[in-house]
Ligand binder design. Structure first.
Ligand code: UT7
Length: 322
């Protein structure tokens, strides 16, 4: 049995922040941000009530409704995030409590922007092993709390949000998936945790906001993501043109366009929402999937390919029948 997606949902914060609004904070411009990234605006949390948990719960509820599944039918909840509200309990356990999904095991996965794919592929492996049958998978981030808002090279790129899918063990659905990591390249995209301040530790106040070497991440993305897509298609015995839609991690429209060029495919096969969401890390692919689903762009039997890359370094892809 493989993972079949039977429902999608998402939640974006109500507060929309335009590029012009950011140019009041840092030395930037709408022209620079749009031409280098394709981003026009992003959604950011703007109240104490809005956080990683609240967005995850709302996206999860909406995916359950779309799937026609009751919370108690879930036997697994996976949340992909690097921006949990708590170090422990996990966001997945807190979602389980809020949804009253009392029969589900729940845990978080940290694979940065590839997190949703790592979670989907983990669910697929559990289904193939016959361990679980019905899972809720959520990608959620409140990256706005990890950003240095005086650093123009990162603060213009990211947004907050959550996307979710319900997956059921089925004869059809997942065709093939893969994931990979290269920890040796991890220092190009880093966000340190808190430093130790126990009475015996040598405490150094360290940089605890997100740091990114944008050009190196760009080079990694435009090399690794097409390779990952090609090897997944090879594994499935398919050609790039056999896929109806490519739903890629939404980091930068130039990266998406470069991948389309390398695969010699028209941009119409690459739906994008980076212009209004920015980069929402682990949430970006499920938010896009929900948008495409709600627009009724996907027909039963369509072949879709999800793929992303991120900190770690990590990369992943999944090829599915809709
Ligand atoms: O989910 C994965 C995470 N991240 C990514 O996928 C990001 C991958 N990288 C990128 O998307 C691009 O590298 C960026 C969008 C981050 C940067 O674009 P770039 O074309 O690589 O610009 P750059 O870093 O080479 O900077 C060019 C110039 C620099 O000025 P000088 O040295 O040429 O005078 C920067 O200081 O642009 C300057 N700059 C800005 N100017 C206005 C950097 N950020 C800004 C800004 N507004 N926000």
């Amino acid at each position: 049995m493989r993972a079949k997606i039977i429902g999608t949902g998402s939640r974006l914060p109500d507060k929309v922040v335009t590029n012009d609004a950011l140019s009041a904070l840092v030395d930037t411009s709408d022209e620079w941000i749009q031409s280098r990234t394709g981003i026009c605006e992003r959604h950011l949390v703007s109240s104490e009530q809005e956080n990683t948990l609240s967005m995850a719960v709302q996206a999860g509820q909406s995916a359950l409704k779309d799937a026609g599944i009751a919370p108690e039918q879930l036997d697994l909840i996976l949340v992909a995030t690097v921006s949990s509200d708590f170090l422990t309990p996990s966001t997945a356990c807190m979602v389980q409590k809020e949804l009253e999904a009392c029969n589900a095991a729940a845990f978080d996965i940290n694979a940065a922007c590839s997190g949703f794919l790592f979670a989907l592929n983990t669910v697929d492996a559990y289904f193939q092993a016959g361990i679980y049958q019905t899972a809720l998978i959520i990608g959620v981030e409140t990256l706005s709390k990890l950003i240095d808002w005086s650093d123009r090279s990162t603060c213009v790129l990211f947004g907050d949000g959550a996307g979710a899918v319900v997956a059921k063990a089925s004869e059809e659905g997942m065709i093939a998936c893969l994931q990979g990591s290269d920890g040796s390249g991890g220092d190009i995209l880093v966000c340190k945790s808190r430093t130790n301040n126990n009475p015996y530790a040598h405490t150094v106040k360290d940089l605890d906001y997100l740091f990114m070497n944008g050009q190196e991440v760009f080079k990694f993305a435009v090399k690794k993501e097409p390779e990952c897509i090609q090897s997944l298609l090879q594994q499935a015995g398919m050609k790039p043109s056999d896929v109806d839609y490519y739903l890629l991690h939404q980091a930068n429209y130039r990266i998406i366009a470069s991948i389309a060029r390398k695969l010699k495919l028209p941009l119409e096969k690459f739906p994008s929402n980076v212009s209004h969401c920015g980069n929402t890390s682990a949430a970006s692919i499920p938010i896009l999937l929900d948008e495409v689903n709600k627009k009724e762009m996907l027909k039963k039997g369509d072949t879709i390919l999800l793929s992303g890359f991120g900190a770690g370094l990590t990369w992943g892809a999944a090829l599915l029948k809709w």
